[in-house]
Design a binder for this molecule. Sequence first.
Ligand SMILES: Cc1cc2nc3c(=O)[nH]c(=O)nc-3n(C[C@H](O)[C@H](O)[C@H](O)COP(=O)(O)OP(=O)(O)OC[C@H]3O[C@@H](n4cnc5c(N)ncnc54)[C@H](O)[C@@H]3O)c2cc1C
Length: 275
Amino acid sequence: MTPVATSGLLLSIGEESDRISARDYQRLWSGDDFVVPSGYGNLVARHGEGLDIRLGEPVETIRWDGPGVEITTRSGTLKARACIVTVPVGVLKAGDIRFTPALPARTRDALNGIGMGALTKIALKVEGDRFGIKPGMSYLEAGSPKAMMNVDLFPDDKDIVIAYCGGDYARDLSRAGTAAARDHVTELLAKMVGESFRKAVTGVSFPAWWTDPFSHGSYSVCRPGFETARDRLAEPIGGRVWLAGEATAGGGAMTVGGATLAGRAAAAAVARLKA
Ligand SMILES: Cc1cc2nc3c(=O)[nH]c(=O)nc-3n(C[C@H](O)[C@H](O)[C@H](O)COP(=O)(O)OP(=O)(O)OC[C@H]3O[C@@H](n4cnc5c(N)ncnc54)[C@H](O)[C@@H]3O)c2cc1C
């Protein structure tokens, strides 16, 4: 694969090109992306308004050998006819939720064929100067095809600079931690726009999904030879457990739209269950 394609995949799929199934990639679709001006979290909160949603209650176990399911969190056990599990594939692969009985071999095989990418964003608050840059510009640091960093500068004329990268470069930065990531991006930009950039950096936000135990990565990536894994993962388990979320969304994988459609399909299947 050419270096251009390799580095482009790092910024879109968030993964090294030799770990991406070309067949799965070929069927991916996605529409336009829009930024939520008030923040993405607000969109999720408004969407779920009025629903009985408990935050800060990680699911620890799911028992599915009875007539229904029993889901345990640290606050107790919930019984239901069926459940839809939308945790990231990274969480399932890490075994952070214990299934009893264990997930069937077919589901485990599917999980083996899907990994998590590491698309990663590092946002800096940059105040007092625009360094002669037109707000909304993007710069690309491409010193090496493996260490590609895209930087969006002052979007909507806000005091913010958002750097993003993927693959093993992003994994290393995630492991290095917030201060090191801030220093790294500051260093890159000081070289691009001038030494005075350093003083203008007044804050950092670094949601390092790769090291976040509730995601273990950015989104799912089918490994070469495993292009059927997403469909297998979406198959109901024992008529009681549905895995949903972006990884099961076929061509819609890796997107919010795909995750939403996959969740709705699972909800429709559960709603059809006989009491
Ligand atoms: C940097 C980046 C940029 C992106 N840009 C875009 C974009 O422009 N457009 C787009 O469409 N998509 C984008 N995506 C992808 C999009 O964010 C995902 O596809 C989408 O969030 C997947 O939704 P989901 O519900 O399947 O999983 P998630 O959004 O990952 O939700 C899973 C939830 O499960 C929770 N969880 C984990 N473990 C447990 C547990 N044990 N018990 C209970 N809950 C648990 C997690 O905390 C999380 O809230 C981007 C992703 C990244 C990382």
